[in-house]
Design a binder for this molecule. Structure first.
Ligand SMILES: Cc1ncc(COP(=O)(O)O)c(C=O)c1O
Length: 365
């Protein structure tokens, strides 16, 4: 089997479209007036205009309503594990957390420093292979918000729809970590108070965190909130309270233009569905590969799988790597294999992986 290209299935930092890498190489020596984008002041009109264009593109792509602010912050998604309670408690001490994998558990642990997070439900006892049945959830009705992770990057569990939660909890604002699946599907913003995502998966490279927050929730941060984590301060300074991550912001701009050129969210969403289905079809074809996640909650973006004959896993990963199918190993906490299919993964890469998985299974059946 011959694969002429390198396909990067890493979970993050994830792959970038080849066109964007070429554009970056072209821009680096002279983005503006003989200087690279990394060297110009973020106060120059040319950079400010870029950030305004990025905001317009983001709003257009996701149809973000005007009553939401769009912030570009430092610190990765993990900083939001603290920033969310610090900004959104508004004097209430109770919060709700749904635990469906590694990242929602870490968000819950961090929140304990600032409030009394209540576990609505947890699938930890099932090794985070499903979303607990909503009829078993215990919701604190007097909480500031309910936090959940829309797509668990390590465990490969994704909420099929936010209505799974809203049907169960009524009026509380949803707060969602969409680090690994923002820009892979349309979003109905009506039940959301806040959505956050760091940028190293579907939005470019590490170093920036996007926060989409309902404006009515701003202005009431806890007095001890560090200024760099304060949403209102960030908004008042157009996301430039401290020197912004200019290069990451610029790459995000290229990614958004690329996403629009692909056909926007409806196209990206259909592609995401199709790419993951092709991999799940191979996994489900026989017992050679196993995906531990309950079918209804399988992620369209990160697919964890193992081999029935576990002794073959290292050979599988080694041969895949030799063929150019890179970074298929699972996260260190769960092992085995994982294929991440971010927007930048072309269908050709998915088909190459499908072909390899089928041939490997035939060879070792
Ligand atoms: C769903 C999710 N949340 C949070 C994080 C942490 O992101 P960061 O490393 O940008 O803080 C990750 C990282 O992979 C993630 O996948």
């Amino acid at each position: 089997m011959m694969i002429p290209n390198i396909y990067n299935f890493g979970a993050g930092p994830g792959c970038l479209p080849a066109e964007i890498l070429s554009q970056i190489v072209k821009d680096i020596p002279d983005w503006y007036d003989g200087m690279s984008v990394m060297e110009v002041s973020h106060r120059l009109p040319v950079f400010v205009e870029l950030t305004q264009e990025i905001e317009r593109d983001f709003r257009q792509l996701l149809s973000i309503p005007e009553d939401f602010a769009l912030l570009f912050m430092h610190g990765g998604a993990r900083s939001q594990f603290a920033a969310v309670p610090l900004n959104l408690l508004h004097g209430i001490q109770n919060t709700n957390y749904l635990l469906t994998g590694h990242w929602s558990e870490l968000a819950f642990e961090e929140a304990k420093k600032y409030c009394h997070p209540h576990i609505v439900a947890s699938s930890k006892a099932e090794n985070y292979t499903q979303i607990p049945d909503p009829s078993t959830w215990v919701v604190n009705e007097n909480a500031a918000y309910i936090h959940y992770t829309d797509n668990e990057t390590i465990h490969g569990v994704e909420f099929p729809s936010s209505s799974l939660i809203t049907n169960r909890i009524g009026k509380q604002w949803l707060v969602s970590d969409m680090t690994s699946n923002l820009l892979t599907k349309p979003i109905d913003f009506s039940p959301f108070g806040l959505i956050y995502a760091s940028t190293q998966k579907n939005l470019g490279i590490a170093g920036l965190t996007v926060v989409i927050v309902r404006k009515s929730l701003l202005g009431k941060a806890h007095a001890l909130t560090p200024s760099v984590l304060n949403y209102s301060i960030c908004e008042q300074h157009q996301s430039m309270y401290n020197t912004p991550a200019v290069f990451c912001w610029y790459v995000l701009g290229l990614v958004l233009k690329w996403a629009i050129a692909q056909g926007g969210i409806s196209t990206l969403s259909a592609l995401c569905q199709e790419k993951s289905q092709r991999i799940y079809n191979v996994i489900d074809a026989n017992d050679f590969y196993i995906c531990p996640v309950v079918k209804a909650y399988r992620s369209r973006v990160n697919i964890p799988f193992r081999l029935q004959r576990r002794e073959l896993e290292s050979l599988f990963l080694h041969q895949a790597n030799e063929l150019g199918l890179k970074q298929l190993q699972g996260h260190k906490t769960v092992g085995a294999c994982r294929a991440s299919l971010y927007n930048a993964m072309p269908m050709k890469g998915v088909d190459a992986l499908v072909e390899f998985m089928q041939e490997f299974a035939k060879m070792h059946a």
